[in-house]
Design a protein. Structure first.
Length: 365
């Protein structure tokens, strides 16, 4: 804990705040505002928890992006998981998926009705269950961005080496760069810059954001989740905007390298290939997902069990998709804090610990 305190120093935060105010004033002198999207859900939670929005000049706005893997998962994926449970498969899943709504039900509802849904911290538990009980059909609900993908695929590598035939993945892997490209090209949003995700960047590397920069591009700053890191990242973005620059600035160089984690990338490339993927709020984005290569089809739950993930039906009245896209903020939703709360969530943005609505409800009401 003593090391973390160095990134929460009040005097350093005050100094950064003064520098941010100066950069914001320089923008204001030119009649300009800054709309900065924090892509990662952990950033959203940290920004709310530490009151960072309240520290910024009036002409600097932070909007949340599609950086919560639970939130961007389409309801049709939950429908497919429920279909597998009805066929008798045992589902293994991260806990924050339990209450994510499908078109008509949730995994929690399925479990309450007798479906076999096990909550685990990672794919290792599913792998151990497959070894322990070869007569059971195990399906791991494999969602997440580049950070999560490598360890999940590592479990597939172990299953293949052990020749296990009773375990498969229902994949909803997502790639961050195609989503950023879609957001940057969306004229309705008018995003000026990205605070890029820390853990994802450790895998894909800082150079992955270069296509969004340069002439006519957007400033991209990689920052981690402590308050001083976030404030430093915001200052870096504002300084670029004042100077008319758009480049990748790696402020998490203690972990993130220009080319990322080559070993993790090689593992991902060995087992997975880019596929079109449907994102809640963003629709279907070309090559924005990762699916198992044909030679590993035995571990693909869709192919193995004869189901298909199709776009599902979002909850009526829920603006979660628009919140993920950065078009609306949580309080804009008519259900926020009344019909939709953490104890009785309607949309995944209130379900997940990294969801924008959960962050606003907990810290900003």
């Amino acid at each position: 804990m003593k090391y973390i305190q160095g990134f929460r120093n009040a005097a350093a935060a005050a100094a950064l705040r003064r520098r941010i105010e100066a950069a914001g004033a320089a923008l204001a002198d030119g009649g300009r505002t800054a709309s900065i999207m924090e892509v990662c859900g952990t950033h959203t939670m940290a920004i709310a928890r530490h009151g960072i929005r309240g520290m910024l000049p009036r002409n600097v706005d932070l909007v949340s992006g599609p950086g919560c893997p639970v939130c961007v998962t389409d309801p049709g994926y939950i429908d497919a998981a429920l279909a597998l449970a009805r066929q008798g498969a045992t589902l293994y899943t991260f806990g924050d998926m339990l209450d994510v709504p499908g078109s008509d039900d949730t995994l929690a509802g399925c479990r309450a009705a007798g479906g076999r849904v096990e909550v685990v911290y990672g794919p290792k538990a599913a792998l151990e269950a497959a070894r322990r009980e070869p007569e059971r059909e195990i399906v791991f609900l494999a969602i997440g961005f580049e950070t999560t993908i490598a360890p999940v695929i590592g479990a597939v590598a172990q299953a293949a080496a052990a020749r296990l035939s009773n375990i498969s993945l229902l994949t909803a892997f997502k790639r961050v760069p195609p989503a950023l490209a879609a957001l940057a090209a969306d004229d309705e949003l008018n995003i000026d810059a990205f605070i890029c995700p820390a853990h994802v960047s450790a895998i894909i590397g800082a150079r992955a954001y270069e296509p969004f920069c340069g002439d006519g591009g957007l400033p991209c700053v990689i920052a981690v989740f402590e308050p001083l890191d976030i404030l430093f990242g915001i200052e870096g973005i504002l300084n670029q905007l004042v100077a008319g620059q758009a480049r990748v600035e790696n402020q998490y160089s203690r972990v993130v390298r220009p080319d990322g984690n080559r070993k993790a990338q090689a593992l991902i490339d060995r087992f997975l290939t880019p596929v079109d993927a449907h994102w809640r709020g963003l629709g279907t984005l070309p090559a924005s997902g990762l699916g198992l290569r044909p030679e590993y089809a035995a571990f693909d739950a869709e192919k193995k069990h004869g189901i298909a993930v199709q776009p599902g039906r979002a909850p009526a009245g829920c603006l979660c998709g628009d919140v993920i896209r950065g078009k609306n903020k949580p309080p804009d939703c008519p259900l926020f804090g009344t019909g939709c709360t953490p104890d009785d969530p309607v949309g995944p943005c209130m379900v997940s610990a990294e969801g924008s609505c959960a962050a606003y409800y907990k810290y900003l009401r």
